[in-house]
Design a protein around this ligand. Structure first.
Ligand SMILES: [Zn+2]
Length: 309
């Protein structure tokens, strides 16, 4: 069973009847977000915030690519230093290799800048969440972030502390960033309160899914984003090859030229996942999210009662 969409299946029942023409067609409790024409998001800012370089490419870089095409400016905030993710490099070499891949990832995706918070990989539960949160609030205000992509702070069965600590810090920072009494020293430096109004949360395990993004038109861009994480993908390939060798097996497409193997592995890893997610909603490829949008609870009251000043 696909743990990731454990809750999503029950909500998805009526989706196949949704309008194919609409950019966003709500159906039941799930919204299918489709490509918009033009650049309706011009002037808006998104931030992808993950502990590891390859988190976004696996779960969100299709939607990030879509929103960048539709006018967003995007930034990448990496909270860990990725020191544990290579096959056979030393710890220091691993940090440097993933840092170089990060530069390639930016070029590939069109994200404008990368901010490295640099906490030790696999040790983020040792770091005060208030410190991570404070650094994120500063960046949200500095960059004027409207929309974030990150791990779901309420996702289930997440084993990696880097994932859930980052997720919790992101969620708290999103609303505190809008408070005029939170870190008022920022205002002396010229910053202003900045509420983050849209959140796209992804998870490795079960989560509440209420938005599914059609990434068919940007699937190649997503593939390219994962291929840019060369050190990490090579780690996965060589780990797989080692376990296959223990069974006296090998996959020729993954055991020859390294570039070709990275190309093949990324295709297989993302195609199977995103196609399975898409099939549930009548799409070729899809990314599911728990989406939290702007608070509209007073919108109707305001539209009925507000008058010009
Ligand atoms: Zn990760």
């Amino acid at each position: 069973m696909d743990r990731r969409n454990f809750f999503g299946g029950a909500l998805a029942g009526t989706l196949l009847g949704a309008s194919q023409a609409a950019a966003q067609a709500p159906s039941g409790d799930v919204v299918i977000e489709r490509a918009a024409s033009g650049t309706p998001h011009q002037g808006k800012v998104l931030a992808l915030i993950t502990p590891h370089l390859d988190d976004g490419p696996f779960f969100a870089c299709g939607t990030v690519a879509k929103l960048l095409r539709e006018g967003y400016t995007g930034y990448f905030i990496r909270t860990s230093n990725d020191e544990k993710d290579s096959y056979n490099l030393s710890l220091g070499e691993t940090v440097a290799a993933n840092e170089r891949d990060g530069a390639e990832f930016l070029k590939t995706t069109g994200l404008k800048q990368m901010f490295d918070l640099g906490y030790r990989n696999h040790r983020m539960d040792d770091v005060a969440r208030t410190e991570i949160r404070a650094r994120l609030i500063f960046l949200f205000r500095l960059l004027k972030v409207d929309t974030v992509f990150s791990y779901d702070p309420w996702g289930h069965y997440e084993e990696n502390p880097d994932h859930y600590i980052t997720a919790q810090a992101v969620e708290a920072a999103c609303w505190m960033s809008g408070g005029h009494l939170d870190m008022p020293e920022h205002f002396a430096a010229g910053l202003k309160p900045q509420s983050v109004s849209e959140k796209y949360y992804f998870a490795r395990g079960p989560q509440l899914v209420n938005r599914v993004v059609d990434i068919g038109p940007v699937f190649d861009a997503k593939l390219a984003s994962l291929r840019s994480c060369r050190t990490m993908v090579t780690h996965m390939i060589r780990g797989l090859n080692a376990s296959l060798a223990d069974q006296k097996l090998r996959v020729p497409a993954l055991s020859g030229d390294e570039s070709a193997a990275v190309h093949e592995y990324a295709r297989v890893a993302l195609e199977s996942r995103d196609r399975t997610n898409g099939r549930k909603y009548g799409l070729d490829y899809a990314e599911p999210f728990h989406y939290i949008g702007p608070d509209q609870s007073l919108a109707e009251y305001v539209s009925r009662n507000a008058v010009p000043l």
